[in-house]
Ligand binder design. Structure first.
Ligand SMILES: Cc1cc2nc3c(=O)[nH]c(=O)nc-3n(C[C@H](O)[C@H](O)[C@H](O)COP(=O)(O)O)c2cc1C
Length: 305
């Protein structure tokens, strides 16, 4: 088999392959472009953008944990205007799909950011972050309340014809209800998961390792949790899923697709090997040849078969 089809569909969005870079782990693209050829990947999800610039939380805001990391960045970002002026020009030429992640402290702010970015042809879809655990305003207040997720999806849907992906929190009892709400209100897909709330203490100073005390846990440590959340959505709700959480290699990516993901995002692994995305795509191709799979999209939810 010479021609393996690695392309996947997320609603109306077609990606050249299922490997995306996760929000917050590669800045606005230029930061990682020295190390990885971004034209080879399925797409990039930007750091969450808010209406106004945000400084984020005071340092230290990152700590290493067993098989993972804690972060409490607090959505530091350049803000909408600066993003459009100085970041979009670089992102125009990356040669893969650009998905803009939006975070907000109010429903109106989500709508305003979506409307402003809707004019940018380079932006092919929106990922709506309703699940950041590290901010007091917005974040989990929205992501833990299905009524908010419903309203945010409805209002953002009305603000754009581009695909919208609702990024769900794992810090809830029943992620399927949130996925169902997103579907009911017209979301094209959900992405799962954002980070899990965690903490770590220094046993000598008796102080938390990050100033915010709690942060979001990511990396290999969260993979089984993320996989179970993807499976829960896939078994119960008919909506495309983008799997995220602890994907460190091609085998992890395949596992997420088997459990129901149409595509996946790489986050923490980018800090260990910034070229992991390109290597994983090559390895996925080899896996398809080895298992005689002509279209990688057939893997999605193949546990059902
Ligand atoms: C340093 C850091 C910053 C992050 N910032 C954001 C963000 O701004 N918006 C967002 O939706 N997710 C953010 N995330 C969450 C990731 O996109 C991803 O959902 C999470 O890290 C789980 O994937 P992983 O285990 O592969 O890292 C961030 C994660 C890390 C580690």
């Amino acid at each position: 088999m010479n021609s393996i089809d690695l392309s996947v569909k997320i609603g109306s969005l077609t990606l050249q392959n299922p490997i995306l870079l996760a929000s917050g782990t590669v800045g606005y693209g230029s930061e990682i472009s020295e190390y990885a050829d971004l034209s080879k990947i399925g797409g990039i999800v930007t750091k969450s953008i808010s209406l106004n610039p945000r400084k984020g939380n005071p340092p230290p805001r990152i700590a290493e944990t067993s098989s993972g990391m804690l972060n409490a960045i607090g959505l530091a970002n350049v803000g909408l205007e600066e993003f459009i002026k100085t970041k979009i020009p670089f992102l125009k030429d990356i040669g893969s799909t650009l998905i803009c992640n939006i975070a907000a402290s109010s429903i109106e702010e989500y709508v305003e950011c979506t409307k402003a970015l809707n004019y940018e042809d380079t932006v092919k879809a929106f990922e709506i972050n309703v699940s950041c655990p590290n901010v007091k305003d917005g974040g989990l207040i929205f992501g833990n309340d299905v009524k908010y997720v419903r309203t945010i999806t409805e209002k953002v849907r009305a603000a754009t014809d581009k695909p919208i992906i609702i990024k769900l929190s794992p810090n809830t009892a029943s992620i399927k209800e949130f996925a169902q709400a997103a579907k009911d209100e017209g979301a094209d897909a959900v992405s799962a998961i954002n980070t899990l709330v965690g903490t770590a203490f220094n046993i000598y100073t008796k102080k938390p390792k990050i100033k915010n005390i709690t942060g979001g846990l990511s990396g290999a440590a969260i993979k089984p949790v993320a996989l179970a959340k993807v499976l829960e959505i896939s078994r119960n709700v008919d909506i495309p899923i983008i799997g995220i959480g602890g994907i460190m290699n091609w085998q992890d990516a395949v596992e997420f697709m088997i459990c129901g993901a149409s595509a996946v995002q790489l986050g923490t692994v980018n800090f260990i090997n910034p070229n992991a995305c390109v290597e994983i795509i090559e390895d996925l191709k080899k896996y398809c040849i080895e298992t005689k799979l002509e279209k990688i999209s057939k893997l999605t939810a193949s546990y059902l078969i």
